[in-house]
Design a protein around this ligand. Structure first.
Ligand SMILES: *Cc1c(COP(=O)(O)O)cnc(C)c1O
Length: 384
C-alpha cells in the first residue's frame, strides 16, 4: 500500500524547460525573468506593484519596514500562524502582540485585533490562514480609524478570493510565499504587493542591498553607472531560475485552485455529519484555495487529534497537526506581547489536523483517507 503524502507540489516539464532556458541564457540571478514574474503576478493579483523576494518571511520583513514599523513599535498579529508571522516584526526590533482568531476560518477579526491593540501599535498583520480569506473590510475600517498600517500575510493565499477579488487587494501591503507547501511554488520564493509606488520602490531597493541601480540594470550597460547605497539594505533577492518556474506555475494556478476545491468539496461532503468532526469551510464573503484542508475533532469523536493522526498513519496516510500557535513555542516563552487570552487559538492548535490535499491526489487515494477517518469514528465508538 502506497503512503499518501499530506502535500505535493504540482511541477512538470514546463517548469524544468523554463529553468533550462534561464541557464542557457547565462543570466541566472535576479533579472528579466524576475521582472516578468513580478509584472504577471501584479496583474493576476490586481496589485499596482509586485516586488519579488527570496521568500515570504523576507517579503513580510520588507513589508513592515516600508510600512514604517520601527524598533519599539507593537505589531498586533495572530499567534495562530506559522511562526514567521511573529518573527518578522521581531527582526525590526518591534514587538509582536498576539491576538486570538475566530473558529470557523482560523483568522483574526476586527474584534480579536481590537482586543489586543496597545498604545504603541503602529501596524497589524492579518493572515489568510491556510488559504482561508480573512474578513478584511472591518479590519480596514479599524486600521483607518486608528492610523495603523494593515499588512496582509497572504503566504498561503494565491488563488483565494475576498468579495470577488483576489485576497491581498485591500491591505496596504501584502506578502506571498512560493514555498512548496503553498499552491504556487518556486522552491523558495516570495513576493510583496502594494498599490503604494513609493513603498514598492523602496522595497525593490532594500531587497538588493538598498542599491540605487539594480545589478541587472548595471549589467545591461557597457559603462556601468556608479551605484550608491542610501540606507542599510538586505539581500532578499529571488533568482531568475525561480522566477521562470513561478511564471509557469502562475499560468497553472487557476487549474490548481479548481482541483483543490473539488477535492475539498468531496471531503466536506463525505465527512459531513460525523459527530465531533468539523471541516474548514468557505466563509460567506470569499473562497479558499484550500492550501490546507483542516478538520477539528472534539467529543463525541472517539479519538483525539493525536489518536486520529496515529490511526491515519497506521493506514499509510500522512496527515499533519493543524496550524501552530507561536505563543506556545519556546522561542516566545515569557514573551511580553502575550497580553490577551487566546482560547480559540489554543483550542484549534490542539484539536485540528490537516488532511492530504494536493493537485495530483487521486480519488481512490482520497477515498482511503475518508474511509480511514470514518472507520476511526465508527470502530472506536463501538469498541471503546
Ligand atoms: C509559509 C508561511 C510563511 C513563510 O513563508 P516562507 O516563504 O517559507 O518564508 C509565513 N506566513 C504564513 C502564514 C505561512 O503559511
Amino acid at each position: 500500500m502506497d503512503r499518501i503524502s499530506v502535500m505535493k507540489p504540482w511541477l512538470g516539464t514546463a517548469e524544468s524547460d523554463a529553468v533550462a532556458e534561464v541557464i542557457a541564457s547565462g543570466w541566472v540571478a535576479q533579472g528579466p525573468r524576475t521582472a516578468a514574474f513580478e509584472q504577471a503576478f501584479a496583474e493576476h493579483q490586481q496589485a499596482g506593484h509586485a516586488v519579488a523576494a527570496s521568500n515570504c518571511t523576507t517579503a513580510l520583513h520588507l513589508a513592515l519596514k516600508v510600512a514604517g514599523v520601527q524598533a519599539g513599535d507593537d505589531v498586533v498579529l495572530p499567534s495562530f500562524s506559522f511562526i514567521a508571522t511573529a518573527n518578522a516584526p521581531t527582526y525590526l526590533g518591534a514587538r509582536p502582540v498576539f491576538a486570538d482568531v475566530e473558529e470557523t476560518t482560523g483568522n483574526v477579526t476586527a474584534q480579536t485585533i481590537e482586543a489586543a491593540l496597545t498604545p504603541k501599535t503602529t501596524a497589524i498583520i492579518a493572515v489568510d490562514q491556510g488559504g482561508m480569506p480573512l474578513d478584511l473590510e472591518p479590519l480596514r475600517r479599524l486600521c483607518d480609524e486608528r492610523g495603523l498600517a494593515l499588512v496582509e500575510d497572504a503566504a498561503c493565499g494565491a488563488g483565494s478570493t475576498y468579495r470577488g477579488a483576489p485576497v491581498g487587494v485591500g491591505a496596504d501591503v501584502s506578502a506571498w510565499s512560493f514555498h512548496p507547501r503553498k499552491l504556487l511554488t518556486t522552491g523558495e520564493g516570495g513576493m510583496l504587493t502594494t498599490n503604494n509606488e513609493q513603498w514598492a520602490q523602496r522595497a525593490r531597493r532594500l531587497r538588493e542591498h538598498a542599491m540605487d541601480v539594480s545589478a541587472a540594470d548595471r549589467h545591461g550597460s557597457t559603462l556601468a553607472p556608479q551605484e550608491s547605497y542610501g540606507e542599510i539594505g538586505y539581500n532578499f533577492r529571488m533568482t531568475d531560475m525561480q522566477a521562470a518556474v513561478g511564471l509557469v506555475q502562475l499560468s497553472k494556478l487557476e487549474q490548481m485552485v479548481v482541483r483543490r476545491r473539488e477535492l475539498a468539496a468531496r471531503y466536506q461532503q463525505e465527512l459531513a455529519g460525523v459527530p465531533g468532526l468539523r471541516c474548514v469551510q468557505d466563509p460567506e464573503y470569499g473562497t479558499s484555495n484550500y492550501q490546507s484542508f483542516w478538520i477539528e475533532v472534539s467529543r463525541p469523536f472517539p479519538l483525539d487529534r493525536e489518536g486520529l493522526l496515529a490511526k491515519l498513519a497506521e493506514d499509510g496516510i500522512s496527515a499533519r497537526r493543524g496550524i501552530m500557535a507561536s505563543h506556545l513555542q519556546p522561542a516566545y516563552a515569557g514573551h511580553s506581547g502575550y497580553t490577551v487570552a487566546l482560547p480559540v487559538t489554543e483550542r484549534l492548535t490542539a484539536n485540528t489536523l490537516i488532511l492530504p490535499l494536493y493537485h495530483d491526489l487521486r480519488e481512490e487515494e482520497q477515498d482511503r483517507v475518508i474511509s480511514s477517518v470514518l472507520s476511526a469514528s465508527a470502530l472506536t465508538a463501538a469498541g471503546a
